[in-house]
Design a protein around this ligand. Structure first.
Ligand SMILES: *[C@@H]1O[C@H](CO)[C@@H](O)[C@H](O)[C@H]1NC(C)=O
Ligand SMILES: *[C@@H]1O[C@H](CO)[C@@H](O)[C@H](O)[C@H]1NC(C)=O
Ligand SMILES: *[C@@H]1O[C@H](CO)[C@@H](O)[C@H](O)[C@H]1NC(C)=O
Ligand SMILES: *[C@@H]1O[C@H](CO)[C@@H](O)[C@H](O)[C@H]1NC(C)=O
Length: 433
């Protein structure tokens, strides 16, 4: 036992000695790459001294720089504003082209003051990950980016980019797994999805894409996230748009002019975690296929033109559901006892729900039921202890009774909109005491 211990200590000493004498003490940084980085730095305005470490010989240890442990080549330049206090400004210099082994370039969340995306980036063919998100780039997407045929992820979100056609990026699509162009001013049609065979995430929200969604999008069998919300898309969305999307987890088509056209007995290939179809024409019936989605935690069918009774399964089979928004439809029926559900956030405002105020789950934090036909005594909200409840909106219903005095059950309540004005006056008096 003892000799075994002795042996390990000796071994550790040898290893330490080796590391001290040879390993890390050696400068790995390649001089030409160091110079390229310094020239890149000279183009930047670094008001916050983010790059103060960019001086020593060993450039592989500079802030945001990573090198290959075998060759010493710079492989990553990670200068996201997320990783440092303060933003970089100025120019993006083409000296980056000297970094022939760079495969990840992240300049997100800086402030490049409305310059266009530099065309030379399209010559960095080895790039696998490019993020220029939220860095105040403007103008059109340079067609040169279509040369980046090794890209796995491209994130140009939160800029002021405009473009008439994304087909310039077509050569890139084949290798892409993540494409995020959200929050720009892109217009034109959605590019032909059949080129994106590896795509896992497509984020095009908050642009001005027009036309219909090509049904070939249903062939993207690797797709997990599809977010096309807040564009100007129109037309029918049918079962064929989803035919091979069996890995889809997140679907957001909200606030376009889309009409969901699926058969009543449709059994979709996916198990979604989040469905957002607000502002789509989903009705008149409550979509039955949602019942098959056993992993659902968020369901948003706001203003979806539904005129129907709320199905019973909605409250009983979707046991993971935490967020539910059905506001601004014509949905009727009673809301059952919700105390054994997981619902935290529930907005059922402006529908035709009737019956008494339900019992909420003990985890409920934001409940909005205004503009329905709920009746009975409001005293029922005293029946459970709602210690997480922060917002409760019950206005414009047909409730009656005294304003209850059970607020010790709701210690976190921050916003309360109870009843008609008559009751509110009474309530305020009570609150003041
Ligand atoms: C890059 O793209 C541009 C414009 O699409 C093209 O003219 C040029 O030949 C391409 N360069 C390389 C190196 O592929
Ligand atoms: C979106 O595009 C349409 C058609 O090209 C145009 O009429 C509309 O003004 C655009 N909307 C915005 C917000 O840019
Ligand atoms: C709502 O649905 C009805 C059919 O139930 C349809 O006639 C109407 O056009 C739809 N309205 C909108 C805004 O989609
Ligand atoms: C509501 O449901 C809970 C849990 O399932 C149960 O314990 C409780 O008695 C029910 N309350 C009413 C009023 O039905």
């Amino acid at each position: 036992m003892i000799s075994h211990k002795g042996k390990s200590i000796k071994l550790i000493l040898i290893v330490l000695l080796y590391v001290f004498v040879s390993g890390d003490a050696e400068v790995r940084c390649i001089e030409s790459e160091r110079e390229a980085l310094l020239s890149f730095k000279n183009g930047l305005i670094d008001e916050y001294d983010v790059l103060s470490s960019w001086q020593s010989k060993e450039c592989c240890k500079w802030h945001g720089v990573e090198c290959s442990s075998t060759t010493g080549h710079v492989t990553t330049l990670q200068l996201s504003g997320l990783d440092h206090d303060g933003v970089l400004k100025g120019d993006v210099r083409s000296s980056l082209l000297e970094l022939h082994h760079l495969n990840r370039l992240d300049l997100s969340l800086n402030d490049f003051g409305g310059i266009p995306i530099p065309e030379f980036i399209g010559s960095m063919k080895q790039l696998q990950h490019l993020s220029l998100s939220g860095s105040k780039f403007a103008g059109s997407i340079p067609p040169q980016l279509g040369n980046l045929t090794n890209l796995h992820s491209l994130d140009l979100s939160y800029n002021s980019l405009s473009s008439t056609s994304l087909s310039i990026l077509a050569p890139v699509f084949e290798s892409l797994e993540i494409l995020d162009l959200s929050y720009n001013q892109l217009n034109g049609c959605i590019p032909d999805p059949s080129a994106f065979s590896s795509l896992k995430e497509l984020h095009l929200l908050k642009n001005n894409f027009t036309g219909s969604i090509p049904s070939s999008i249903g062939q993207l069998s690797e797709l997990q996230v599809l977010d096309l919300s807040y564009n100007s898309l129109e037309g029918l969305v049918s079962e064929s748009h989803f035919s091979k999307l069996d890995k889809l987890k997140t679907l957001d088509l909200s606030f376009n002019a889309l009409i969901l056209d699926t058969a009543p007995d449709w059994s979709p290939p996916f198990q979604l975690e989040s469905i957002s179809l607000g502002g789509c024409d989903v009705g008149p019936y409550f979509p039955k296929w949602i019942q098959t989605q056993r992993n659902l935690y968020s369901l948003d069918l706001r203003r979806a033109n539904i005129t129907d009774e709320a199905p019973r399964w909605l409250w009983s089979t979707l046991s993971l559901l935490t967020n539910l928004d059905l506001s601004d439809n014509r949905i009727s029926g009673a809301i059952p006892n919700l105390s054994s559900t997981s619902i935290r956030y529930m907005v059922l405002s402006n529908n035709q729900f009737s019956g008494p105020i339900p019992l909420f789950s003990t985890v409920a934090s934001d409940i909005q039921l205004s503009g329905n036909m709920l009746s009975g005594s409001i005293l029922s909200i005293c029946k459970t202890s709602n210690e997480h409840l922060r917002t409760l909106v019950l206005s414009n219903n047909q409730l009656s009774g005294e304003v209850p005095n059970c607020w010790e059950n709701t210690p976190n309540l921050q916003s309360l909109d109870l009843l008609t004005t008559v009751f509110r006056v009474k309530f305020l008096a009570l609150w003041a005491t």
